[in-house]
Design a protein around this ligand. Structure first.
Ligand code: AQP
Length: 330
């Protein structure tokens, strides 16, 4: 059994990326062979400095390793090293309608921030490229944060249409797996909004995994909460405190109900926030040390990319070859 997932090298990794995806990847290593990539082609969907992509690509691989991914169990690679993804993208793009792409929540949110004339076609077709990534490694599951589930479902629609047209079962969409906790981390300053890498870098609402640990404590302690002082889970009426409970549950690997139980006697939000900050800081400290170790060894990172590109490409070539034959290109 195989699992696939990736992250875009588009900015500093946030606590949302960490709890929604990174932290869970290593749990899959014992059950699946994970194919985890740096989604560098996807990074081009909005204007970005070339050096930013290059440097963030190394950052991401270092985070993958720092979070416990083992190179003997996981195929860690760069999306752009697999040329087959472009070719498959060009083929399957004919199996999706503009109406369907325009209904994607992420497209609506990101394009709403742009001038109509400046909405790139790549931003619009982002889920098609993602579908190509999902098919090429013959994977069974796809661990993602909640915001990406809609894209996986779209890939399933492309699969259904393609396989029906050619009476085949070549395309296979892995099942989206959303972890019980951590899959929808919100901004600490506006807990109705997703925490994102592309938020204002000076926002107090986003925790970056490379933040100074004193800054992390300040951000948690000043997280927006309601006027009440009771700690219990109610994402509608108490989004701020519920977000902190979600963060704590995911860090401790316990359920929201257990967090409810632990803190129901807690008389002050400040005490609860301090617990969350302590727990987060001790996890981040280890991650940051490990990150530094890998990030300073570019040669080792390049070797990993090179070796794994070969492994990933082998699978990609097999699938693409079958697709090209069935549609008449071979
Ligand atoms: N706030 C979040 N809570 C839980 N999971 C999250 N993810 C992102 N934000 C949260 C998950 O992180 C993985 C990688 O994301 P990505 O970089 O490929 O794209 P994204 O979802 O668009 O992430 P960002 O941080 O919002 O990046 P920008 O601002 O560049 O678009 C995915 O599994 C995602 O679900």
């Amino acid at each position: 059994m195989k699992a696939i997932s990736g992250i875009k090298p588009t900015g500093r990794i946030t606590l949302g990326n960490y709890l929604g995806s990174l932290k869970h990847f290593k749990e899959y290593q014992n059950k699946y062979t994970p194919y985890i990539f740096v989604a560098d082609i996807h990074a081009l969907t909005l204007p970005i400095d070339p050096n930013e992509i290059r440097e963030r690509t190394y950052d991401l691989l270092s985070y993958y390793l720092a979070s416990g991914l083992d190179i003997n169990k996981t195929v860690l690679f760069k999306q752009s090293d697999i040329l087959e993804v472009g070719q498959l993208n060009s083929i399957i793009i004919n199996f999706i309608y503009m109406g369907e792409l325009s209904r994607m929540t992420q497209f609506k949110q990101k394009s709403a921030l742009l001038n109509q004339e400046a909405i790139g076609v790549g931003l619009f077709t982002y889920p098609v490229l993602m579908a190509a990534d999902l098919y090429l490694y013959d994977c069974d599951v796809c661990p993602v944060g909640e915001d990406q589930v809609q894209h996986v479902e779209l890939a399933r629609e492309i699969e259904r249409r393609f396989n029906k047209r050619y009476q085949t079962n070549i395309l296979k969409t892995p099942k989206a797996i959303v972890s019980k906790t951590g899959s929808r981390i919100k901004s600490l300053s506006d807990p109705t909004k997703k925490m994102s890498k592309s938020d204002d870098e000076h926002s107090k609402g986003v925790i970056y995994m490379d933040d100074d640990l004193n800054v992390v404590r300040k951000k948690i302690m000043s997280a927006v909460t309601d006027m009440d002082s009771k700690v219990f889970y109610d994402p509608i009426n108490k989004p701020g405190i519920s977000n902190l409970m979600e963060i704590y549950a995911c860090l401790k690997n316990i359920s929201i109900e257990q967090v409810d139980d632990l803190f129901k006697q807690c008389a002050r939000y400040g005490d609860f926030k301090k617990e969350v900050a302590d727990c987060l800081i001790s996890e981040m400290q280890v991650l940051q040390e490990r990150f530094k170790y890998y990030r300073n060894n570019k040669k080792y990172l390049d070797e990993i990319f090179e070796k794994n590109a070969g492994i990933a490409r082998k699978s990609a070539q097999t699938i693409l070859n079958k697709v090209e034959k069935v549609v008449g290109l071979k």
